[in-house]
Design a protein around this ligand. Structure first.
Ligand SMILES: [Zn+2]
Length: 218
């Protein structure tokens, strides 16, 4: 998980190969003279916008968690990478590591020139971050997807274990359902060519690298 300033056409070669790019503002990076990194899924997390951050976090968190569980690279940025992205990174680190928001923010400040206390002068934002650290749960991980499954009449699922769609996978029992005679492929283009609608429940359990870049991207 990386904390950075805005990726641009001029500096994008210096970024790690991220599968998930979290822009901590409302606009797309292009509207701020930035870029979406190659092969990255863009998600926006406007952490300074009271009316938007809670909903954005609810959607973002499962994706962040599963992507980190699967060892994928996440780049979190705002413009300078000091305030908003610092606050967002401290939130993610605090929940992942079971730390307080302050400890996570101090840990980050020792490694990068951030000013999270500056961001937290917005008292409402500071309170929201504190409460969100307390209220966000780290659930167990889902299996890493290993291919695509569908029947001529089903949705397009991601495979968890052998012929079991991720959405039917149970973490604590082995009573998982299998599809009957599904088509299977490891090739994303082939799967999309089956022309089945995506299973939203499977996508909700997928890391960023397995999210469709057309429909699922912003
Ligand atoms: Zn599914």
């Amino acid at each position: 998980m990386w904390l950075a300033g805005l990726p641009t056409a001029a500096n994008k070669h210096r970024f790690p190969p991220a599968t998930l790019q979290i822009a901590c503002f409302t606009e797309r990076p292009e509207e701020r003279n930035g870029v979406v990194l190659p092969n990255a899924l863009l998600r926006r997390f406007p952490v300074a916008v009271a009316a938007e951050r809670a909903e954005a976090w609810k959607e973002l968190w499962p994706l962040v968690l599963q992507s980190l569980y699967c060892g994928e690279v996440i780049v979190t940025h705002c413009i300078a990478g000091r305030h908003r992205a610092g606050g967002a990174s401290a939130l993610i680190r605090a929940v992942m590591m079971g730390e307080t928001f302050e400890d996570a923010s101090d840990w980050i400040a020792q490694r990068r020139d951030t000013d999270v206390p500056g961001f937290c002068r917005d008292k409402e934002a500071a309170k929201w971050l504190q409460e969100t650290v307390k209220n966000t749960k780290r659930r167990d991980r889902w299996p890493r997807p290993s291919g695509y499954l569908a029947t001529p009449r089903s949705a397009l699922h991601l495979q968890g274990f052998k012929l079991v769609p991720l959405c039917m996978h149970h973490q604590k029992t082995d009573k998982a359902q299998r599809l009957t005679d599904p088509m299977f492929t490891e090739d994303g283009d082939e799967a999309v060519a089956w022309d089945r609608p995506w299973c939203r429940a499977c996508l909700a359990r997928a890391p960023a690298s397995w999210m469709p870049r057309d429909a699922g991207s912003e």
